[in-house]
Design a protein around this ligand. Sequence first.
Ligand SMILES: Nc1ncnc2c1ncn2[C@@H]1O[C@H](COP(=O)(O)OP(=O)(O)OP(=O)(O)O)[C@@H](O)[C@H]1O
Ligand SMILES: [Mg+2]
Length: 424
Amino acid sequence: MAREPIYAAIDIGTSKVFSIVARLGPEGELKPLGTGTAPAVGVRQGTIDDLGDVKESVRDSLNECLRYMGRNPVSDFFAVVNGDHLISENSCELLGQENEQLTVTEQHLRSLIGGSSGILQQQVDSRSEQVLHIIPMRYRLDDMSGVRNPTGLHTNELQLEAHVVRGKSVPLGNMVRALQTSKLRVEGLVSHALASGEGVLTADEREMGVIVIDIGAGTINIACYRDGTPFFSSVVPMGGNQLTRDMAIALRAPFQMAEEMKIEYGHVLPEDIPATDEIILPATQVHPKRVVSRREICEPLYLRSLQMLKLIQEELLRAEITSPMGGGVVLTGGASRMPGFAEMTARGLRTQVRIGAPLWYAGLPESLRQPEYAAALGVLQWAVKHRNQPDRGRVRGDGDRNWSPGSLLRRPFARSGARQGAGE
Ligand SMILES: Nc1ncnc2c1ncn2[C@@H]1O[C@H](COP(=O)(O)OP(=O)(O)OP(=O)(O)O)[C@@H](O)[C@H]1O
Ligand SMILES: [Mg+2]
């Protein structure tokens, strides 16, 4: 019997490094074999700023994961990549013309994505930027536009409209290095926004149009979907840590104490807190035990959340979203659990809002069905769909010397597409 394939994912977040290894069962279901979580050190607003510290966090997370598994280590990982250096745009590439008719095959589409990546990579300064994803949105076959699956159709020209994500070479390279120095092989890098979308959205929501907003410790990742595919994604460098810092100032308390108080008593709509609610603050090195009004100390959380919402609104305007989408908003990421934030978002964006936890597979323990695991579990699903595909998320410097998007360029059109399709 063929062995069931193994998939592994790692999310080096601002607050935690989470790793997971899972086996793909015969019904397409992923069964977790091991997971590990360690506090992240050396990550600021989603990007690595201290390789040595990160390496230790990765090691702790992997050790825990492998202890669970009690078997041979897995070395090929898909990883989440984050940070406001990631930018997205939609590109329209007419990649080939033939006098002879082309019968579009799967192989053509794969090559088209690879070739498109080569063209786009040539358009940016490759020392400073790299193309991370090219997600096909639609195709145009001669005069017929809006085609979602052109396989088997005839055409002279094939145009790809795609959602493209690019990132700065330095932070992408640092992510690859952090994994390689931890003896991991990078199978693919997946942008946090798209990973979270993959983790928490239903197929219906993606069809109807939906916005997924992942609020982590240091970043807000936004991805917008329509007709089943993403058409906008972006990263805002702000997150739950900012709320903790505000709380720390309001309480005049250390960050860690403020974090605990935020999680225990935080609320972004102070008007919903009874005016008489009080909190007893433990003594610190500089303050004795104190009693404070819960409503008062939540006031800065309200103001900061309003600012976050305003920044999200600006991103949605950039995405040209001016009215609610059918699937509304799905909030995820650890900070989406902050009481009142979903309600505030629903009011502010005038749309329905749900808090999204990872959706997939029945065997997932309750402890992992939490919004902070959306990206890592989304990456595993991404891995199942994209393993060995040219759009799986590769960057230069990750050790795959055979993968050269430029080499695929024009291949489907250099010869007759129909003949090539038949022969491959
Ligand atoms: N119950 C809760 N209420 C409010 N905030 C919470 C709660 N649980 C977690 N958080 C916040 O969620 C944040 C961590 O979320 P998450 O694990 O998704 O971040 P991350 O992936 O490490 O960061 P990033 O994606 O920005 O790199 C922290 O700021 C934490 O305080
Ligand atoms: Mg995150």
